[in-house]
Design a protein around this ligand. Structure first.
Ligand code: PDD
Length: 276
């Protein structure tokens, strides 16, 4: 008899629900997106759907019509009636008995949640403390994959240290990005951020930050910075869909400038509001 055990419950293997055979669970074999709405309107929907398409193609899930997903998102968002929502969805390759390769006829699984977004006003006003952690991830961080163990361990380390984000540092000593955010510094009046390669996620918010910088006349350079450069930067901040721009006031126990959110960061936050 083939059996399965779920916590303390033993059942015949054949009675396992497909959710327990999901390759997302076994292998992190799937991709996801996180979007948000501002006051009843979804922000940057097209950009998120394009990135999702890229992620699906990159792992060879070919049977999903992204326009259908877009329709699901719009319908469910309307139904939810949440004005400031976090919209999370993923597609996994599908459910089948555990084997590293997948059967030809496997059908992708779709899952979505739409939940109330917590207010980020306080962290935006006060800034956050961050700590560094080695970037232990794979070489295709441009794919928004469900494999997030390295990100999870990094973030948990930051939380343990009383920080609000973990900043990932590669073997050469350069900052790549946050565990779930992109990373920026202001050095001598210029904005600096990691260039887009397969080592980081092409963050949608990052694109809008650079657009904001251009609009308000802040020069920017896509060039990686070291942790030492970060500690002596004039200003630091992270950017992520759920909170847009959040100032960093402490980096590995070192106060950034006077330990308060920076002036250029504040101007970028103001400009960002034009887009949302
Ligand atoms: N994280 N870098 C990483 C590794 C991320 O996981 C994220 C987003 C970002 C910012 O991307 P965007 O601007 O498109 O939100 C950068 C999402 C929110 C998450 O995993 O929950």
């Amino acid at each position: 008899m083939q059996i399965a055990m779920i916590n303390d419950r033993v059942i015949p293997y054949e009675q396992l629900e497909p959710a327990y055979l999901d390759r997302g669970l076994y292998f992190g074999d799937g991709v996801y997106e996180v979007l948000r709405s501002y006051n009843g309107k979804i922000f940057a929907l097209d950009e998120h759907m394009n990135r999702f398409s890229h992620s699906l193609a990159a792992i060879g899930i070919e049977t999903v019509d992204v326009n259908d997903i877009r329709d699901h998102v719009l319908d469910a968002f309307k139904k939810s009636e949440i004005r400031n929502a976090r919209i999370y969805f993923h597609i996994t390759r599908g459910s089948s008995s555990r084997s590293h390769s997948w059967p030809d006829d496997i059908k992708p699984n779709f899952f979505m949640t739409i939940t109330q977004l917590e207010d980020s006003g306080k962290v935006k006003a006060n800034g956050i403390a961050v700590s560094t952690y080695p970037d232990l991830r794979w070489k295709r961080c441009d794919i928004k994959s469900l494999n997030l163990l390295a990100n999870v361990l990094a973030y948990q380390d930051a939380k343990k240290k009383g920080c609000d984000e973990s900043i990932l540092v590669n073997d050469a000593g350069f900052i790549t990005e946050g565990s779930s955010s992109s990373f920026f510094a202001i050095i001598n009046g210029s904005l600096r951020t990691t260039p887009l390669t397969s080592n980081i996620l092409p963050s949608i918010t990052r694109g809008y930050v650079l657009k904001a910088a251009q609009s308000i006349g802040v020069p920017f350079e896509e060039k990686s910075i070291t942790t030492e450069q970060a500690k002596s930067a004039d200003e630091l901040f992270i950017a992520v869909t759920t909170k847009d721009i959040v100032p960093i006031v402490k980096f590995d126990d070192v106060s950034i400038s006077d330990g308060r959110p920076g002036k250029i960061t504040a101007r970028l936050i103001e400009q960002f509001k034009q887009y949302t």
